[in-house]
Structures are given as C-alpha cells and as structure tokens.
Design a protein around this ligand. Structure first.
Ligand SMILES: [Zn+2]
Length: 114
C-alpha cells in the first residue's frame, strides 16, 4: 500500500528530527500531500496513526494539507492551477502540453514536540 510506505518514510524523518531536538514526545505533525501523489487523505491519516504506534509520535495530532495541482502551460505561457490532478488539461485553453510544477510526494511542514 502506497500510503503506508509514505507514512513510514515520513515517520523516520519525524523521529530523527525529534531526537535531534531532545524531544520526549511528538505532539503535532503537519503534512502536505503533493497534488499528483494519488494519496487519499483519509487513508493517509489511518496509516499514519498505525505506523506511529509505540513511537515518539504515538497519539500526535495530524494536520494534512493538500497542495494545489499547478502546471506550466506551454500554450498560455504561464502557470495554471488544474481543477483536478486527474484531468491534465489547461483550464483556460484545454491544451494538454503541460509541465507539472507541483511536487508529487509527501512533505513534512511542521512538527510540534515536547
Ligand atoms: Zn493553457
């Protein structure tokens, strides 16, 4: 499952950072999902709670933000925001010659530690 792998990788980074700061516990995590990552918010939240069991981040508050699907349109010569990451066409000129500008992974935006 895609989400589990992402969560495990995120948790590794979170624990690493928390230890560097001498944290006893991670109380809050802010994640940002890439627009083209095909990650379901609810699945991500579920998996995250699962991988956090028996770690520093157990029971932490999870905040998930979804990144906008931003692309460069060669036809319009400007950045456009897609209505959906699944429909890869410029909303203005309907061209499909788009270059994806947004990140497609999972980012850790902020941590709250104790
Ligand atoms: Zn366009």
């Amino acid at each position: 499952m895609h989400e589990i792998t992402l969560c495990q990788r995120a948790l590794e980074l979170i624990e690493q950072q928390a230890r560097q700061h001498g944290a006893r516990r991670v109380t809050g995590v802010w994640l940002k999902i890439g627009a083209f990552s095909c990650v379901e918010r609810s699945a991500l939240a579920f998996c995250f709670e699962l991988v956090c069991r028996d770690t520093l981040a157990e029971g932490c508050e999870l905040n998930i933000e979804q990144q906008e699907a931003e692309c460069w349109c060669h036809h319009c010569q400007r950045y456009v925001t897609l209505l959906s990451a699944r429909v890869r066409r410029c909303p203005d000129c309907l061209s499909d010659t788009l270059r994806i500008a947004a990140d497609d992974g999972l980012q850790i935006k902020r941590l709250e530690i104790e």
